[in-house]
Design a protein around this ligand. Structure first.
Ligand SMILES: Cc1cc2nc3c(=O)[nH]c(=O)nc-3n(C[C@H](O)[C@H](O)[C@H](O)COP(=O)(O)OP(=O)(O)OC[C@H]3O[C@@H](n4cnc5c(N)ncnc54)[C@H](O)[C@@H]3O)c2cc1C
Ligand SMILES: *[C@@H]1O[C@H](CO)[C@@H](O)[C@H](O)[C@H]1NC(C)=O
Ligand SMILES: *[C@@H]1O[C@H](CO)[C@@H](O)[C@H](O)[C@H]1NC(C)=O
Ligand SMILES: *[C@@H]1O[C@H](CO)[C@@H](O)[C@H](O)[C@H]1NC(C)=O
Ligand SMILES: *[C@@H]1O[C@H](CO)[C@@H](O)[C@H](O)[C@H]1NC(C)=O
Length: 664
């Protein structure tokens, strides 16, 4: 018997015990908030007073200013400078890959910060949900330009910049800056000089400067398709009072740079080997240095640093608890799913993804209905939770004309509040990440849909093999904010013939194989959490029987083959998935306010709620039987331990699951 099986069996038993409780009474006791919740509230309150948001993909060491719902408008409306805002979502893989580019851009134009600020807002934060909807952020990342003195008002959502590459964003930015009509003090004059303008005119427009410039630098842009390099140099030397930069568009002369010295009105060409920002700026700097004028180098360190003050006790406690939970997840291994992740995914889907749209109608509304249908059928909630989902579905069904995302958010919240204690989770567990911005929601979404396909396959409720896949396809197409992922998924779905899946078991395997295809494509990518490499799932250590040495390829499924002289044993894979994504095998570890304490089982567990038919029912094989026996033994052992603990310690009201698990 391999160590893994024992581990899995014991783990399974741990999970089996409390989860049965879910079908019975409410899994959470009401009453006062737990110590942990109290800390959370405190922390949230502290965060709201704090202008600088430090979570997300950017921190205080970047030149990117993090905005929040509370300060976005304050910072971009009616300002004596322009703003670039990146609306992103920290779970979106593309945003993550994009973050270094945005940081680079911010640091490359940090010298322009009096005129334009580079900012970012994380739409995945709860408190930013409404503002992202208000600004009609439909895809991540969305980049918008806000001109100086930009006014608040209906449809005032900034000007979209669709480019992403740094140089293209800068070009677009300059284009917008050229067009600014309400110019704040110190705004440069970008208009090109008329050819052969007199040299003295060059200095005429600069009379208002406190220090009259001694040198003028003229950049000739001999380009028919437009270049912004001259304007970039103008901005680069905005803080150098000794120099005035001008651009010309003289097509009779080659592109180039020349200097004019005011004192003598003499003109010297400044050769550059390449006509770009770096070379031009260097040539000007060199010329100024030769004339003993030093140019203040712009620091690449951000100036908007704010000291972290709330490194207080509650955070330390929270971190300790978090660490203990992480350790538990590691110990339980990769073949375990968590109730917490399923709930977090559902919360995020309902409160962040669906609510992004100003109008949900037509196909999108239908997709939402289908999603809610499978949730009502298969989501692992207690009775209260299922009623919540049914009421949300009813609300959607009643809104034939379409729903405003705002209304959806407030109605769902109201339904949740009316029902109370719907969600028992407040953190990611199996989908937690070792670094900010990884895993979490997309991981939770995969987990949720795998879970739903398995539930459908194990249930008699529907005979439609496509029920869950269709709901998933619609949800990913119309609601998944990672548009990059959504597009890939739709292409893959048609390539892998999603609509030709003919049985519920095939649906389970279809999703598994397609997920592996995504894993293969993303392996080693920037979205990969080093602690959770993207592997072909399940790994051999976890399911040795799932892989067999390739003899004959009697399966006709191209997408199901594996590298390295192996092929999948699809029956084993199916059995494995059905076991892993089983209702009874969800782990309660990490749920808040542990109403589901094992000692409760000692009192109330009658055994009737045990979902034995589910776990041993459909996919009996040798391993399952052995595991079943082990589970049974482990259950008894657990019960004994639980009883013993209750006797020994007395009834402790707030005990975290890991306290107990830690004893085993
Ligand atoms: C529909 C969809 C499409 C996506 N497309 C893209 C994309 O195009 N580009 C991009 O950058 N990101 C994409 N993502 C995100 C990406 O796939 C991961 O979800 C994300 O990078 C987090 O990875 P992870 O390591 O947490 O594991 P995930 O891939 O999210 O997996 C979550 C969990 O599922 C289990 N699992 C893994 N593989 C399988 C399998 N084959 N069968 C059953 N269970 C499995 C494991 O327990 C794993 O921890 C997509 C996500 C979704 C939901
Ligand atoms: C910022 O940089 C300092 C100095 O390198 C470092 O100590 C600090 O941890 C960094 N902060 C973050 C959030 O990375
Ligand atoms: C700037 O104004 C010009 C002329 O009105 C217009 O053609 C151009 O598209 C504008 N550029 C941007 C970035 O808005
Ligand atoms: C136009 O712009 C591109 C990209 O910057 C550049 O390669 C090209 O030389 C420019 N000029 C013309 C006439 O296309
Ligand atoms: C998929 O189904 C369609 C319609 O039922 C059928 O015409 C097509 O041949 C099928 N394709 C495959 C590869 O099975």
């Amino acid at each position: 018997m391999s160590r893994f099986k024992i581990l899995l069996a014991v783990g399974g038993a741990l999970l089996l015990l409390p989860s049965t409780e879910i079908h019975g009474a409410n899994i959470r006791s009401g009453g006062e908030p737990s110590l942990y919740e109290q800390h959370l509230f405190k922390r949230q309150a502290a965060k709201q007073n704090d202008g600088q948001q430090t979570s997300g993909l950017y921190d205080e060491n970047d030149s990117v200013i993090s905005l929040t719902a509370g300060n976005l408008k304050e910072r971009v409306f009616q300002q004596p400078h322009a703003s670039l805002v990146e609306f992103y979502n920290s779970y979106c893989g593309f945003c993550r890959r994009y973050a270094p580019i945005w940081k680079q851009l911010a640091s490359d134009i940090l010298g322009w910060q009096k005129l334009v600020k580079v900012t970012a807002l994380d739409c995945s934060q709860d408190e930013n949900n409404a503002i992202c909807r208000e600004f009609e952020v439909m895809a991540y990342p969305t980049i918008r330009f806000f001109a100086p003195y930009y006014e608040d008002g209906a449809q005032k959502i900034g000007d979209a910049i669709t480019a992403h590459a740094e140089t293209e964003v800068i070009n677009a930015l300059i284009g917008h800056m050229h067009n600014v009509t309400q110019k704040p003090p110190g705004w440069p004059d970008f208009t090109p000089m008329i050819d052969n303008a007199s040299k003295s005119e060059l200095f005429a427009t600069t009379e208002s400067r406190t220090v009259p410039p001694k040198y003028a630098y003229i950049i000739n842009e001999n380009e028919t398709n437009g270049t912004t390099v001259g304007s970039q140099i103008i901005l680069d030397f905005i803080d150098t009072p000794s120099a005035v930069i001008k651009r010309t568009k003289d097509l009779t002369q080659p592109s180039g740079l020349r200097a004019i010295i005011r004192e003598t009105m003499s003109e010297v060409p400044l050769p550059v080997d390449e006509f770009n920002r770096e070379k031009l700026a260097a040539a000007i700097r060199r010329h100024l240095n030769e004339h003993h004028i030093s140019v203040t180098e712009v620091s690449t360190k951000s100036t908007n640093k704010e000291s972290s003050t709330d490194q207080n006790i509650s955070e330390i406690m929270e971190r300790k608890q978090e660490e203990a939970l992480r350790a538990k997840v590691k110990e339980l291994g990769p073949a375990v799913i968590y109730q917490a992740d399923l709930e977090e995914a559902l919360k995020f889907a309902l409160y962040h993804e669906v609510t992004r749209f100003k109008k949900i109608d037509g196909e999108r509304l239908l997709a939402l209905q289908r999603f809610l249908n499978v949730l009502v059928r298969y989501f692992p909630f207690n009775e209260n939770g299922i009623k919540f989902l049914k009421e949300v579905r009813q609300f959607v069904l009643n809104s034939e004309e379409g729903i405003d995302g705002d209304d959806f958010a407030s109605n769902v919240k109201q339904i949740e509040l009316n029902r109370a204690s719907i969600f028992a989770s407040n953190r990611w567990m199996g989908c937690a990440s070792s670094k900010d911005g990884l895993r979490r929601y997309p991981c939770g979404l995969w987990t949720l849909f795998h879970y739903l396909t398995v539930q459908a396959a194990e249930s008699e409720m529907s005979t439609d093999p496509l029920e869950v896949l269709q709901a998933m396809h619609g949800f990913i197409k119309y609601f998944f904010g990672c548009s990059d992922c959504s597009n890939h998924f739709q292409q893959m779905a048609s390539r892998n013939k999603i609509w030709n899946v003919t049985s519920k078991d095939d649906a389970v395997l279809w999703l598994w194989a397609s997920h592996n295809e995504v894993n293969r494509r993303l392996a080693g990518d920037a979205t990969e959490d080093p602690e959770h490499p993207k592997i072909q799932f399940p790994p051999a250590e976890v399911c040795p029987l799932c892989r067999k040495t390739l003899l004959t390829n009697h399966h006709n499924h191209q997408q199901y083959t594996l590298d390295g002289g192996n092929e999948w044993d699809l029956l084993q894979v199916l059995a494995f998935l059905k076991n892993m994504y089983n209702f009874a095998n969800r782990s309660p570890v990490g749920l808040q306010d542990d109403g589901i304490l094992p000692q409760k089982m000692a009192y109330s567990g009658t055994g009737e709620n045990f979902q034995t038919n589910r776990i041993f029912g459909n996919v009996l094989n040798e391993m399952d039987i052995r595991m079943g026996a082990l589970l049974y033994v482990a259950c008894i052992v657990m019960l004994l331990i639980a009883v013993k603990m209750v006797v020994k310690r007395g009834y402790r009201k707030k005990m975290y699951a890991h306290d107990i698990l830690g004893k085993v």
